[in-house]
Design a protein around this ligand. Structure first.
Ligand code: PLP
Length: 363
């Protein structure tokens, strides 16, 4: 079968070993005579998958004991409502939430929060088209905020936090949908981390929520029980039927990551892949990336052809070479190479070689 290098922002490429294993186990999971897709979530087989998947995530991210790992549904977009419904209740109403707006996904989070709280945009990079992360000393935080929200990697703009902000005693909440497990992080600096699966984890359909124990038990009365973290935690992520198949694939990805040497080893490869891309982009005037070096995303590399009339030729010729899904998001245009954990170094080398040839041909 012909495999291509898939630079999609998500649902994104999965490790080939994971896809192969899942294909083999699709009809007969480890001799059980069952496909994972048709297993009862309360049966012995799936209970084992769930427990191993959570334990592996805990060990990969060194999650402290005073945090729960929840496997939920609804994606990061649903968390935009679920997070305030669970957290504003620990303050007198109406509470204020502080946000740092670094682009498309932060903006969506802010928009939704208006339904549940007063919103303070403590810092924003809108003045420069969301191309940077505002320095911590410029943030205008509310002393008594319910929490501070950041998006650690803006998937569309290709802007990534290169620091974990100190926000004192106010809980720090992060949308890590597009960079979780790509770099080492100190979980204890965060009160809540959430992430959709379809970039670094597995197929769309499961949402990872890592929540500190003291953040549980504050849900507003209007919060649906299935989205109340306390309820989800008490039922070991089985308050309702969990998305069994995405959880199973996430488990295979976590095992694959452990075989690669864990998050520290993935981070080194991610640094090397991103360096190859950005070094080349900086060496030529044919392509442009307008994010300052410190805030360039290691996961999503947007770039523009100086001569935009060549855009469709670039996409068509890349496709012919088996380099697919490179078109940038419609709101920014240009190109974007998403190079998550599952993208091998060879894929980035092939892309850079193609970009050089394309430059020679049309430059
Ligand atoms: N947040 C970030 C950083 C994302 O990249 C995405 C999706 O790509 C989302 C939120 C939305 O996730 P979902 O569509 O799974 O709800």
């Amino acid at each position: 079968m012909k495999r291509v290098y898939n630079f999609s922002p998500g649902p994104a490429a999965l490790p080939q070993e994971v896809i192969k294993q899942a294909a083999e186990e699709m009809t007969n999971w480890r001799g059980s005579g069952l496909s994972v897709m048709e297993m009862s979530h309360r049966g012995r087989e799936f209970t084992e998958i769930l427990a191993t998947t959570k334990a592996d995530l805990r060990s990969l991210l060194s999650i402290p004991d005073n945090y729960k790992v929840l496997l939920m549904q609804g994606g990061a977009i649903a968390e935009n409502a679920i997070v305030p419904m669970n957290l504003v209740g620990h303050k007198a109403q109406p509470a204020t939430i502080d946000f740092v707006n670094t682009g498309h996904w932060s903006s969506k989070t802010i928009e939704e929060a208006h339904k549940y709280a007063k919103v303070n945009v403590a810092a924003s990079s809108e003045d420069k088209g969301f191309t940077y992360v505002p320095a911590r000393d410029t943030w205008k935080l509310t002393p008594d905020a319910a929490y501070v929200h950041i998006c650690t990697n803006e998937t569309i703009g290709g802007v990534e936090f290169d620091f974990t902000p100190d926000v004192g005693n106010v809980p720090l909440v992060a949308d890590m949908s597009s960079n979780i497990l790509s770099r080492e992080i100190d979980i204890s600096k965060y009160a809540v981390i959430y992430a959709g699966a379809q970039k670094n984890i597995g197929p769309a359909g499961v949402t990872i929520v890592i929540v500190r124990d003291d953040m549980l038990g504050h849900a507003l009365p209007i919060c649906p029980s299935a989205f109340d973290w306390q309820q989800v935690a008490e039922h070991d992520s089985m308050f309702n039927t969990p998305p069994t198949y995405p959880i199973y694939i996430a488990g295979l990805t976590f095992q694959w990551m452990k075989r690669q040497g864990g998050v520290a080893a993935m981070e080194q490869v991610n640094i090397a892949k991103a360096k190859l891309m950005y070094d080349y982009l900086d060496s030529t005037g044919f392509y442009l990336n307008n994010v300052p070096a410190a805030n360039r995303s290691r996961m999503n590399v947007p770039f523009f052809l100086k001569d935009e009339s060549l855009n469709s030729k670039f996409i068509a010729e890349a496709d012919q070479q088996g380099l697919v899904q490179l078109k940038g998001h419609s709101s920014v245009g240009g190109m974007r190479a998403s190079i998550y954990n599952a993208m091998p170094m060879e894929g980035v080398q092939a892309l850079v070689a193609f970009m050089k040839d394309f430059e020679k041909k049309y430059g």
